[in-house]
Design a protein around this ligand. Structure first.
Ligand code: CP3
Length: 350
């Protein structure tokens, strides 16, 4: 059965209601990287196919997207793919080891100009196919989230050429070559607008932008460099009418800038207090987060205390989606996730 994104307000699944800051029967919860290596059934699929092949097979991508939904009472699903998939679609050769490694890091204007403008239907049709298959396999009350990387986060991987803790190479590059950097992020913003629109067209009921590395910038650089292309993407999606989520990793110092975005939901990591963030973000935005992934290694009793702290910090008002503050770690015991999901529901049931 296919759920229409235009279902009547009173029938909204809790996740979509919370995105719109409407009252919910329980606080909805999903987990970043919920389809992944902590699940034995994901590892079983991955033992047979490489990561790239998995992202390019609509059937397998739909299967691993549905795996955590079968196991846990999650309130949302996120399509299995990667932020670098559309980058390959723009003609950049890369592989995963397990993070993305770029064949030839992009550092010249010539390379920027050689990037193909993304045509989702031609360059990454398998993503939209996977969205359609997944939507058909999901229960009606579990919405499907589509996603993309933010321009600065994608820029970081393209310029650095490989994962990095500090991303000093792209940060220095942004200072040394502001014009090439702006041109690259401009192209990435254009591509992510058409990419996210295509995902919504295929059935994604919310769209999320991952700002994994913009938080490495100071507040002035964040506002000058990372924020403008994000604003352009969000404004370019607003007419779709689906909730827009901006995951702002390590962006506690940038909340005043983030408050100016037209996003519906701001995702926060555990270093930022949800309550303090809500004061800066104002009543027009919902928040998502922000349990430290390390807390899934606590005893069950301590895990419940840590969940209570997150809920108390978020406060009693509407517009909180429970999540981790960043992706779940591969070493996590799936039973901890079951305890987390069930406890959030039990504790917040109205
Ligand atoms: O369940 C889900 O969350 C959906 C799938 C998803 C993946 N990557 C699968 C994946 C999503 C939403 C992403 C987003 C992503 N990819 C981000 C933004 C989120 C974040 O973590 O900040 C980033 C920065 C990337 C880039 C990337 N891809 C990295 C850093 C890695 C290595 C990750 C790791 O955990 O080691 C990848 C590869 C990747 N993407 C894996 C998965 C499940 C591990 C691949 C494997 O099976 O070997």
């Amino acid at each position: 059965m296919t759920a229409s994104p235009a279902v009547k307000t009173d029938a909204l699944p809790p996740f979509l209601a919370a995105c719109r800051r409407q009252p919910v029967a329980h606080t909805p919860i999903w987990v970043m990287r919920q389809a992944g290596r902590y699940l034995p059934e994901y590892r079983a699929v991955r033992s047979k196919v490489g990561f790239t092949e998995l992202t390019r097979s609509p059937e397998l991508a739909a299967e691993v997207t549905l795996q955590p939904i079968r196991r846990f009472a999650l309130d949302a699903s996120i399509i299995f793919s990667d932020i670098m998939v559309p980058i390959e679609g723009m003609g950049v050769a890369l592989e995963y080891a397990p993070g993305p490694v770029i064949g030839e890091p992009v550092r010249t204007m010539k390379q920027v100009e050689a990037l193909r403008p993304l045509n989702p239907a031609e360059d990454v049709p398998f993503v939209m196919e996977a969205i359609k298959l997944t939507r058909a396999g999901l229960p009606a009350h579990v919405p499907l989230i589509g996603f993309a990387g933010s321009p600065f986060t994608l820029f970081s991987y393209l310029v650095a050429g490989k994962p990095s803790k500090e991303f000093s190479v792209p940060r220095a590059f942004a200072q040394a070559e502001p014009e090439i950097s702006a041109a690259l992020m401009d192209r990435l913003a254009d591509a992510m607008i058409v990419y996210l629109r295509a995902q919504a067209g295929a059935g994604a009921q919310a769209l999320m932008l991952f700002e994994s590395w913009g938080g490495l910038l100071g507040p002035n650089d964040y506002r000058r460099i990372a924020l403008p292309p994000v604003k352009r993407i969000i404004d370019g999606l607003k007419d779709l009418g689906v909730p827009l989520i901006y995951f702002a990793n390590q962006c506690g110092s940038n909340l005043d800038s983030i408050a100016t975005l037209n996003a519906d939901v701001i995702g926060l990591d555990w270093r930022t207090s949800l309550g303090a963030a809500r004061k800066v973000l104002g009543p027009s935005k919902a928040v998502q987060g922000n349990l430290d992934p390390a807390h899934l290694f606590s005893s069950p009793a301590d895990l419940r205390k840590r969940v209570d702290e997150v809920l108390a910090d978020a406060g009693p008002g509407p517009g909180h989606i429970f999540n981790l503050g960043h992706g779940i770690w591969p070493e996590t015991d799936p039973d901890s996730v079951a305890q987390l999901v069930d406890y959030v529901h039990e504790r917040t049931a109205k």
